[in-house]
Design a protein around this ligand. Structure first.
Ligand code: HEC
Length: 215
């Protein structure tokens, strides 16, 4: 009997709590509906139309503002481009007149390799993995798996192929032209070559003085 009463009391307090919460909820949902309405009307009337109809020259369309009626203005005499002059096809794309380059266009030293490793870890490892076997975090979350750099085909591919893939993309892989500047494309390629060597190295590749440390 006692426990029955207690249950009833608990039920009734729960009920009153629920009914007390309700008006607050209604109040907030009313506020959010009203604010959405205000936002929508603000965008659809004043804001959007004003910006839309403002006087402005549209590229390659006539403009009444200039005497010659051209909206695209000629360059001021003596203008000097501040962008890089992109006229070195080999450095940019890894290609020569005969196809993909087989040589690096500059000397590869420890500094270049370190730079390549840093850039590789930032831009390539999310998919290709830190060791280049194609199991990066993005792939583990469902992105298409790239081929391993340690496959014979890619071990035998000329260095220009890697630079070309970075500059122009390949199949499902987007290009990294904007993110990775030309010299870094080669630095990454040098590091990929180092990764490839590391997976196929033998004890004979290790300098004699260092061998003892491995055994
Ligand atoms: C978002 C994931 C992703 C990133 C980041 C990425 N790749 Fe790839 N990569 C792929 C995929 C997927 C393929 C396979 C594409 C295909 O075969 O359609 C691929 C293929 C390649 C290939 C093989 C091309 C061939 O001949 O089969 C090379 C080389 C390569 N990527 C280099 C790089 C380098 C260097 C970077 C960093 C600058 C990089 N990738 C960044 C996903 C990625």
């Amino acid at each position: 009997m006692l426990s029955h009463k207690r249950t009833q009391r608990r039920l009734s307090t729960q009920r009153s709590q629920r009914s007390r919460r309700k008006p607050i909820k209604v109040f907030f949902s009313a506020i959010s509906v009203i604010s959405v309405l205000i936002l929508v009307s603000a965008f659809s009337t004043a804001c959007r139309q004003d910006m839309h109809d403002q006087p402005k020259p549209i590229p390659l369309r006539a403009s009444a503002f200039f005497a010659d009626e051209r909206s695209a203005r000629p360059l001021v005499e003596g203008t000097v481009s501040r962008e890089h002059l992109r006229d070195d096809t080999l450095l940019e794309t890894g290609r020569t007149g005969n196809g993909e380059a087989t040589m690096f266009p500059f000397r590869v030293d420890a500094r270049v390799l370190a730079r390549g490793r840093e850039r590789y870890d930032i831009y390539c490892s999310p998919c290709h993995g830190r060791t280049g076997n194609g199991d990066g975090m993005v792939v583990r979350r469902g992105f298409r798996r790239p081929p391993s750099y340690h496959d014979d085909r890619l071990r035998e591919a000329p260095v220009g192929h890697f630079v070309d893939v970075i500059a122009n993309g390949f199949g499902a892989m987007a290009d990294y032209r904007q993110q990775v500047e030309p010299r870094d494309r080669w630095a990454i390629t040098a590091y990929i070559r180092a990764l490839q060597l590391s997976e196929h190295a033998t004890i004979a590749d290790v300098p004699a003085a260092e061998r003892a440390r491995l055994q």
